[in-house]
Write a protein that binds this ligand. Structure first.
Ligand SMILES: Cc1cc2nc3c(=O)[nH]c(=O)nc-3n(C[C@H](O)[C@H](O)[C@H](O)COP(=O)(O)OP(=O)(O)OC[C@H]3O[C@@H](n4cnc5c(N)ncnc54)[C@H](O)[C@@H]3O)c2cc1C
Length: 502
């Protein structure tokens, strides 16, 4: 019997205390907390863990300096506190990082208002971060169209990637009693009031089988799919999500780009970032209200044109299409009241999370939120879970803490990369890695750091990907070739064709 069969069989092995729907940052962080509190917990994701918005962030752990323009002091206070706690308590994952703000010449985002806001921000952050300062000379200056002073302030930054950050919460607790399963989609279900039990019907996409899950309480952490999941289960809520699409391009990084840059934009008093990350600098993001989730997860030629225009506006050299190493796209789930119908610029909406417990059945929905503060959101949800159900299993400590996990992970080379990456075999054994995309995009950063999502500019790494596919398919040549073909097709449609239109 395969490992997957074992896992799926364990699903039917008695009732769970809590079922979490969604393995993005919100679901993953909550899963870890509930497992540690001794709840028999199951988490399902319809795709790969972190395969939704959580793989597309800027990886900043920040207090939200920009929210000060709307005087949203409670959000800034909450996010700053979360940021500082994460920097203090999660040293293996989050480190302090200085950012360079490049102000406009006039207006709200010019030097004096921004420096004043930074001081206020520093005070709201209880002086926990370094004091803001002005730097007139800095290495990145030679790339700028208009040399200006830079304003330095301190935030936090994830070390490896947002995907690995999600994975670590999911892989610490491993026991037959507590399960995190990817590629398993919640279809529908009912609550049996006599049994005090949810009967959830899910579909396992790997072994293509339907499974029934019995759980005393359910938490909907479906990100932008939260409303859709609630609708399918007839759950009403006073909140809903509006969707804001955000796209980055990964550009080849010049050696002197070492500090994240924040460029003030005149339009909407927004900003655009350049974030050094391994061999690339992430340039973006866009901020655009979208209605259709599936369309919103696709980068368009217009997104790239907009980003390149902005680049030209701020930087002395214009990147060539060949300098675009990778694309990155996600949709921010922003929590608003159910009757909200305005057409606000998404940045003007709160990024705070809302947690709603249904009044009739044990069902909790999580709205909004960010990676920053995921532990706080999990704590609030756990408080509500406690009112519905008590833990079944003994309280546990993490089996393996994050640093030990990383240290024990064997690494290997990938052509075109100087930094070693975890081996595919290890990711398959320990991290539910099933496809080339799981490995190249979410277990490693290959798809973001190597041209054409790891295939190379002229397919030069295709043979290497075939040998990885053979490992995935246990030596089945036909299945390996099919896996590689599916992956290559995705790169052609999701990368090549878009760049051809520029
Ligand atoms: C461009 C951009 C930049 C950002 N930058 C930052 C940043 O720097 N710092 C920060 O703190 N935040 C940032 N964010 C915000 C942050 O990334 C998101 O708020 C966060 O990742 C959302 O996590 P989530 O768990 O709610 O949703 P998701 O990560 O989308 O997870 C939801 C999961 O639910 C699953 N699902 C849906 N339906 C079902 C079903 N029926 N059955 C099973 N599973 C299902 C999906 O497959 C998905 O994996 C950024 C967002 C964007 C778009």
């Amino acid at each position: 019997m395969s490992r997957r069969d074992d896992t799926i069989s364990a699903v039917g092995d008695g009732d769970f205390d809590v079922a979490i729907i969604g393995g993005g940052i919100n679901g993953a962080c909550l899963y870890d907390l509930l497992c540690r509190k001794g709840y028999r917990t199951i988490l399902l994701d319809k795709g790969d863990f972190a395969g939704g918005t959580s793989q597309a962030s800027a990886m900043m752990i920040w207090g939200g300096l920009l929210y000060l323009k709307n005087m949203d002091i409670p959000s800034v206070f909450g996010f700053s506190r979360s940021r500082d706690q994460m920097i203090r308590n999660m040293t293996d994952w989050v480190s302090p990082c200085r950012f360079r703000f490049l102000p406009t010449q006039k207006g709200l985002l010019s030097k004096i208002p921004i420096l004043s806001a930074m001081y206020l921000y520093w005070v709201i952050g209880c002086f926990n971060r370094k004091r803001p300062s002005i730097e007139a000379r800095f290495p990145e200056q030679k790339h700028l169209v208009r040399p200006c002073d830079s304003l330095l302030f301190e935030e936090g930054m994830l070390h490896f990637s947002d995907c690995r950050f999600v994975l670590h919460w999911l892989t610490q607790n491993r026991s037959p009693q507590q399960l995190a399963i990817n590629y398993c989609e919640l279809m529908d279900g009912d609550y049996n009031k006599k049994e005090h039990l949810w009967h959830l019907r899910a579909c396992d996409r790997i072994i293509k089988r339907e499974v029934e899950i019995c759980a005393k309480a359910v938490v909907n952490c479906g990100g932008v799919w939260t409303d859709r999941i609630n609708d399918s289960m007839n759950i009403q809520s006073p909140f809903k999500h509006v969707f804001s699409k955000g796209v980055f391009v990964g550009l080849q990084r010049p050696d002197e780009d070492a500090t994240p840059l924040i460029f003030a934009q005149k339009e909407h008093n927004d900003v655009i970032l350049s974030i050094p990350w391994g061999p690339v600098s992430l340039w973006g993001p866009t901020e655009e209200t979208v209605i259709d989730i599936e369309k919103g997860f696709k980068v368009t030629a217009d997104d790239i044109r907009f980003l390149l225009e902005q680049y030209q506006h701020h930087m002395a050299t214009v990147p060539d299409i060949d300098d675009i190493v990778s694309l990155r796209c996600g949709i921010r789930p922003l929590a608003v009241k159910k009757d909200y119908h305005k057409d606000s610029y998404p940045l003007d909406l709160s990024r705070n999370f809302k947690v709603v417990a249904d009044t009739d059945v044990p069902w909790i929905s999580v709205y909004g939120g960010k990676i920053t503060g995921c532990d706080q959101a999990a704590g609030v949800v756990a408080g509500k879970v406690k009112t519905f159900v008590s833990p079944q299993v003994r309280q546990t400590d993490p089996v393996m803490g994050p640093s030990r996990l990383e240290q024990s992970c064997p690494t290997t080379n990938f052509p075109g990369l100087t930094k070693q990456v975890p081996t595919l075999e290890w990711c398959m054994e320990h991290e539910h890695c099933y496809t080339l995309a799981d490995y190249l995009r979410r277990r490693t950063n290959i798809a973001q750091w190597v041209q054409r999502e790891g295939l190379g500019k002229h397919d030069e790494y295709k043979d290497h990907l075939l040998s990885l596919s053979l490992t995935l398919t246990d030596g089945d040549v036909e299945a390996a070739e099919k896996e590689l073909k599916t992956y290559s097709k995705k790169v052609t449609t999701g990368f090549d064709r878009i760049l051809e239109q520029i």
